[in-house]
Design a protein around this ligand. Sequence first.
Ligand code: SIN
Length: 337
Amino acid sequence: MPAPSGSPLLPRIRLLATGGTIAGAQPSAGGPGYKAAVFSAEALIAAVPQLTDRAEIEIEQVAAIGSQDMDTATWRKLAQRTQAAVDDPRISGVVVTHGTDTLEETAFFLNLVVRTGKPVVLVGAMRPATAISADGPMNLYNAVAVATHPDSADRGVLVVANDEVHFAREVAKTNTTQVGTFRATHRGLAGIVNSGRLHLYAPPVRRHTAASEFAPLAPAPLPRVDIVYAYAGMGRELLDAAVQTGAGGLVIAGVGEGNLGAEAVQAAAAAARKGVAVVRSSRTGGGVVERNIEVDDDGLGFIAADELNPQKSRVLLMLGLTRSRDPLELQAMFLSY
Ligand code: SIN
């Protein structure tokens, strides 16, 4: 539904709302506890009247969930609605409101499956809409500013929070509660945005959106890919259980450079021999996982995650498995996206 606007000459933005803390409410201001996804997208927009000077905003409520409940069905719906929006010649860009917990996964998924050069911007908030000094209103204002800016085109999906602009591939949530939670450990910020004034830096380095082989999203079902977290003394039980219960792919959140103990390596190798794709990522939160350093990836048929953290490795592996089960072809994808 169209929101009130300041001028017919303003750019037109489609806002796709999914819930999250940005739409959350506390039982009492400043008190503990809150419920995500309480306020409608219309209410979020109404709380930032300055938006009427920036854009005509069309609102679509795609979901109303805390992002811990984000799943592949909702990803598919969101991808379809985002693609429909960017394919509409009246629309200049898309803003997606989203909980912060899994925002980085949704952003990377859309970065791989939406075919467009138009800006697509995800935005969340760490404090509920009713909190003292809620961060949602400024984040939303900045997100609309980024989505309407011509320089934001052809940069893949962007994430806006705390006056910062991040690339979908690079960004990760790194803190449970603080407003500066989003960080990009490898390549830094895409830019900054001060009260709507945008300063962008270097473009993204890997394939995305219009250059992605996964865009637009195909109807083929996405296979189940599980993440198994490595630790000192890890055995093989969780890996075996994942395979026995039907996982088509495994991502190991390995210690250090994607390592895992000898018994777990044997279980992962057995999984690979059965045709289950095995990706070695790292639980460290930063750095590259390269092939054949301490693990014989060539011999065991494993894939090294390069810079992708476990949750983003899972997204790419799900999509990759719709194209190939060959470890070397999947490896090439991890070096391209
Ligand atoms: C959520 O991810 O939906 C809850 C947490 C947040 O949005 O900050």
